[in-house]
Write a protein that binds this ligand. Structure first.
Ligand code: ARG
Length: 554
């Protein structure tokens, strides 16, 4: 709409107009758009008031009801009934596909997300990566890309040698079966404590990892078992969040695929020696990228290089995204630059999508020693709290358990996604679950309210728009902006655009519903039912794009 109006103005403007030249006035009596003319006065050698009058007089367009010159501004009033009718018919007809596009032309986007480490707790950082990455995937699909979600499991590295050693010394099968991650973490911590007294343990750990790398059957069987146990614990979290993956190829998958890559680096004369290790030099500004340690072991970066090349070969991506915390920025810069030096122009299509920490009382929520916050507990607690709220407010609701799950999980998702991902976010279950304010439950509740009105109003039938009041118009203008919000969120890889949009739409709808007597005004009922249905369609779709469920009753 804004673009269209800008074009209309451009046709009658003596001067080139930038998109930001067109403002959206804060008050309805000043119109839907306003063009300030002060900037033109100098060039045209006329007063802003006269310029505004001239522009206002020459505007003619079916979507514009009138253009007024006031104090050097051209205030533009849109034809509300015409536009409202267009938008509502479009939304009702298109349903969930409203706002979809084929901008991506089926290009593949690989998304590296979640990627927890086995035998370690699923951290708050992994939660953020899962939630943000999943939403980005949904946005990509909505915009016509093919999203491939890759869970790059951290299942390889020298720490597994230590874990094997610790298990053989102090572990029991029974304990691991009972509480896999907790037990394995305790063993790992004990290894470090005991190794401080007895450094020979470290040699044992190294030897155990070497055996694992060389395919020793016993080591491999233990490692596999630890991995399966860990993955099935993670799966419970993924089920709660409703997230699925297209690939679980993690670090171990690349164990036997790195040699050719190291060789290629060598052939391209990119490897140099530094203290016995082999590195790629990246100039003054960034530290060199470590490829192989002096004992011959490969590293995290070696595996990511190999994985990046494998993804290009397998998927021929147009974009390759890594949703990983801020603290790994240097790592991804290094990997990208090494690929660039190898001559791969597609390294420009790799994007690290960083995010901040989750804080509790201003401090990082830690998964280290003693202070483990088990994510599953947090999720369960949110669901329990939601359940208690529902039981109190709507005791007769049929599927309480299901709704509580949608609300509890939705609260966590929304509080994560409503701020720009780069910010640290404060974790507070009580605030997240409130139904007032900018929360997930607020959006869900608003949508459920829309459904309840629709149930009372009956099916949406054919409708005609005769007049549009200010409350309705505010809502319509937001509905019109949804495709634009999807586009921006996709381009900027930023789900918070959709979360903020959903808050605006919910607020506009609630103020409409609070001020307009919908059900008792038969003359406008079918048009308003179409409006309410459209709001519900777009809110539901917004929530889907954030990974949230949208209960129809709560
Ligand atoms: N497993 C890593 C961690 O927990 C994250 C992996 C991110 N993805 C990647 N391709 N490096 O820190």
């Amino acid at each position: 709409m804004k673009k269209e109006i800008l074009q209309v103005l451009q046709n009658v403007s003596p001067i080139q107009l930038e998109e930001h030249a067109l403002e959206r006035p804060a008050y309805a009596h000043l119109g839907d758009f306003a063009l300030p003319c002060f900037q033109f006065a100098k060039v045209l050698r006329k007063s802003p008031a006269i310029i505004a009058e001239e522009i206002a007089a020459s505007i003619k367009h079916p979507s514009i009801r009138k253009a007024e010159a006031v104090n050097g501004y051209v205030n533009i009033f849109l034809d509300r009934t015409r536009i409202t009718s267009e938008i509502l018919h479009a939304v009702v007809e298109q349903g969930a596909t409203y706002g979809s596009s084929n901008e991506g032309k089926d290009g593949v986007v690989t998304i590296d997300l979640s990627s927890p480490n086995i035998a370690k707790p699923f951290s708050m950082g992994h939660l953020r990566s899962t939630v943000i990455g999943n939403s980005i995937a949904l946005l990509m699909e909505k915009s016509g890309f093919k999203a491939v979600k890759i869970n790059y499991i951290g299942d390889w590295g020298t720490q597994f040698g230590k874990l094997l050693t610790a298990y053989r010394k102090w572990g029991t099968e029974e304990d691991v079966r009972k509480a896999p991650i907790e037990t394995l973490l305790t063993l790992y911590i004990r290894f470090h404590e005991e190794a401080e007294q007895d450094p020979s343990l470290n040699d044992e750990g190294r030897a155990a990892f070497k055996a694992l790398e060389d395919g020793d059957a016993d080591a491999l069987a233990l490692w596999k078992w630890f991995k399966e146990e860990s993955l099935s614990e993670f799966q419970r979290i993924y089920d709660l969040l409703g997230v699925e993956f297209d690939s679980y190829n993690g670090e171990a998958y690349y164990n036997d695929k790195m040699e050719p890559v190291v060789q290629e680096l060598e052939e391209k004369r990119l490897l140099v020696e530094s203290d016995g290790a082999q590195v790629v030099d990246l100039g003054e500004a960034i530290p060199p990228c470590l490829i192989r340690k002096s004992d011959g072991a490969t590293l995290y970066a070696t595996r990511d290089l190999t994985a990046a090349m494998d993804r290009k070969n397998t998927y021929d991506f147009v974009k390759s995204i890594y949703v990983v915390g801020n603290e790994q920025s240097l790592h991804f810069t290094q990997v990208k630059q090494v690929l660039n030096k190898m001559g791969y122009a597609w390294s420009d299509d790799m994007h690290h999508v960083p995010f901040g920490l989750i804080l509790q009382d201003g401090k990082k929520m830690s998964t280290r020693k003693g202070k483990i916050v088990l994510l599953e507990q947090v999720l369960t607690e949110a669901i329990d709290l939601a359940h208690r709220n529902i039981a109190e407010k709507n005791p007769t609701l049929a599927n309480q358990k299901e709704v509580a799950e949608a609300v509890g999980v939705g609260a966590i998702l929304f509080s994560d996604l409503k701020q720009h991902r780069k910010h640290d976010i404060e974790f507070n279950l009580e605030t997240m679950l409130q139904v007032e304010g900018e929360t997930g439950p607020y959006i869900q509740y608003t949508n459920a309210r829309a459904h309840s009105v629709l149930r009372k109003a009956g099916e949406v039938s054919a409708f005609v728009v005769n007049e549009v009041n200010d409350f309705e118009w505010e809502t319509i203008k937001l509905l019109e902006q949804f495709p634009q919000a999807v586009k921006r969120a996709t381009e900027e890889l930023d789900p918070s655009v959709i979360a903020k949009y959903a808050v605006d739409l919910a607020q506009a709808f609630n103020s409409f519903y609070g001020n307009v007597k919908v059900l008792t005004d038969a003359a406008h009922l079918s048009y308003r039912a179409a409006l309410i249905q459209s709001v519900s369609i777009v809110l539901t779709e917004s929530m889907r794009l954030l990974g949230m469920k949208a209960p129809e009753e709560m």
